[in-house]
Write a protein that binds this ligand. Structure first.
Ligand code: AMP
Length: 224
């Protein structure tokens, strides 16, 4: 089972990707994770990639494309893979399609979690972390999971803890915009890559607006 998953930062792609990975038991290959591992191990690849990642830019295609195409040839990918974070632009989409065609490999599913830019940004910036458990969902911009109020203070909607914090990178609006500029670019960016696949295979579009359980139920329905 060979699967691609697309979705902007803030769409819940990571969470849904993990659920899909569990369903099919194929390796979850995340470009960003591979880069971060290489950076922490101090490999040549990590050294080359670090500056681009720190600036919020894409690592150049001549580094990223061979890295992923080689990864797909490893033994654990024999029964398939779930690719997440690649392709991230049109050139990567073309290179992947070309490599798959050459190897006579099929793309079984291409998933796109659809969420507009404004909502994606609010999802990220509105996220609040509960000191009791980071998995308690709280978001000041999403009605369904708005924190509760107690004595005029904002508290966790699950456990009532009044220590709700933000993640620093969630509040960096410029960095969020930079990543979204790449994702929503339909000329050469990630959405250009998604459209490239739409003209070749059936892309499963999932509305990313509802909560995690609803989105994953919809996804499972369309995958089976
Ligand atoms: P992520 O964890 O997916 O947000 O990726 C973190 C960073 O890794 C990105 O901001 C890029 O700098 C780099 N990166 C991840 N995937 C790719 C890709 N397909 N092409 C180029 N750079 C990438």
């Amino acid at each position: 089972m060979n699967i691609l998953i697309f979705g902007p930062n803030g769409s819940g792609k990571g969470t849904q990707g993990a659920i899909v990975q569990k369903k099919y038991g194929v390796p979850h290959i995340e470009t960003g994770v591979i880069f971060r591992e290489n950076i922490s191990k101090g490999t040549d690849l990590g050294k080359k990639a670090k500056g681009f990642i720190d600036r919020g830019e894409l690592v150049p295609d001549d580094i990223t494309i061979p890295m992923i195409l080689n990864r797909l040839k490893e033994a654990d990918c024999k029964e398939g893979w779930l690719l997440d974070g690649f392709p991230r632009n049109l050139a990567q989409a073309e290179a992947l399609w070309e490599a798959l065609t050459k190897e006579k490999m099929k793309l079984d599913y291409v998933i796109e979690i659809v969420l507009d830019r404004d909502i994606s940004k609010k999802r990220i910036m509105g996220r609040r972390l509960c000191a009791t458990d980071n998995n308690h969902p709280n978001n000041i911009f999403i009605d369904a999971i708005k924190p509760a109020e107690k004595d005029g203070k904002m508290v966790c909607r699950v456990c009532g803890n009044d220590k709700l914090t933000t993640r620093a990178d969630d509040q960096d609006e410029a960095a969020i915009d930079k990543r979204h500029n790449i994702y929503y670019d339909t000329k050469t960016g990630t959405l250009a890559g998604v459209n490239y696949f739409k003209s070749r295979v059936k892309v499963i579009e999932i509305d990313g607006r509802p909560g995690v359980p609803e989105v994953s139920a919809e996804l499972m329905k369309k995958l089976s």
